[in-house]
Write a protein of this length. Structure first.
Length: 343
């Protein structure tokens, strides 16, 4: 009994010594990723950029939910940046400058300053965001895109299995969409777990997505990350082929007007419909009739769909593996749980 007691005292003493050696965490640290801090200052700034009026008409619980979701996105960003850094894939200054020059081309100096003011960003902040985006794109290209192989047999097999889908009874349009709603739906799953809580947040979120599209970010990636359509989000926003008659009979008038006025490859402005805010991409227009397999457009479309499907699947898996391999401490989430019974 004495030996056991003596060992217990030694163990307790060792724990006290180890605890005393741990560095205290700053009050401004919301989370850490592999020891690298994400501050509350960065969190609140990200919210201010994405949702500049988030304090208006938002309950305390909605505010907490918003902070948790944005912090999760910041954690994912930090994980990806660290992996890009480790792989030597950080975007160069010349890459950033080239992308920045591409972005600012349509604006006058005054318009660009107003755009930054609206987003509560400086030019330096914006370039830092561009570096992150370009670095993550390079990481995905190496770890995912370069490893996807679509064979001719894959394409032919898909056509045989889905031949009826290429027999068009009438003129159709091939669309992709990003939808943001004012009412969060528990059935919606997107990679960023991003859901607007009310109309104000929905408008701010769709404007944020529109800004990213103007910067040249990939439509399918943004749809997978942010869209609140429970059917198309998982497919990069791809809504497939839609009969023109369906649009003429049932579509919202403004939505129909924009779609019929677009050319393939074009992305619409933000469209407000009864069920939310939409951004539409017109992928293609197709005339009625059976589309043959030897049509290059058919093979290109099938190859693109197969590639995109594998890419979205592998990206989701890549995020999950990266999270599991990272050492993450979410201090803000812990504080929310610690205070759950306190009013």
């Amino acid at each position: 009994m004495k030996t056991f007691t003596f060992r217990a005292l030694l163990s307790a003493a060792a724990l006290i010594v180890l605890a005393s050696c741990e560095k205290p965490v700053s009050r401004d640290v919301a989370a850490t990723v592999n020891g690298r801090a994400i501050s509350y200052t960065s969190l609140d700034r990200a919210i201010a950029i994405q949702f500049p009026a988030s304090n208006q008409k938002v309950t305390a619980d909605q505010r907490v939910q918003l902070r948790l979701e944005v912090l999760r996105a910041l954690i994912d960003q930090e994980i990806m940046m660290q992996r890009a850094e480790k792989e030597g894939l950080l975007a160069s200054d010349s890459d950033v400058e080239a992308k920045f020059n591409e972005y600012k081309a349509p604006y006058t100096k005054e318009e660009l300053e107003k755009e930054f003011e609206k987003r509560k960003m400086s030019e330096t902040d914006f370039k830092a965001e561009l570096r992150r985006q370009l670095s993550v794109e390079k990481l995905f290209a190496k770890e995912i895109g370069s490893r996807i192989s679509i064979s001719d047999n894959d394409v032919a097999g898909f056509y045989r299995a889905n031949k009826a889908n290429y027999n068009l009874p009438e003129n159709t349009v091939h669309l992709a969409e990003i939808l943001v709603t004012a009412t969060p739906d528990p059935n919606v799953i997107n990679l960023k777990n991003s859901k607007a809580q009310n109309d104000q947040q929905a408008r701010e979120k769709i404007d944020m997505i529109a800004a990213k599209l103007r910067q040249g970010e990939d439509f399918a990636t943004l749809a997978s990350n942010y869209s609140e359509d429970d059917v198309t989000a998982a497919n990069g926003g791809d809504a497939g082929f839609i009969l023109e008659s369906t649009l003429e009979k049932g579509a919202n008038p403004e939505l129909r007007r924009q779609i019929f006025g677009m050319t393939p490859g074009q992305i619409s402005q933000v469209i407000h419909t009864p069920d939310g805010y939409r951004i539409i991409k017109l992928i293609a227009r197709e005339m009625a009739g059976q589309r043959a397999f030897n049509d290059p457009r058919v093979q290109e479309q099938i190859r693109g769909e197969l590639f995109q499907g594998k890419q979205q699947m592998l990206r989701a898996a890549f995020y999950e593996v990266a999270r599991s391999e990272a050492k993450i401490t979410n201090y803000y989430a812990k504080s929310v749980l610690d205070n759950r019974d306190k009013k």
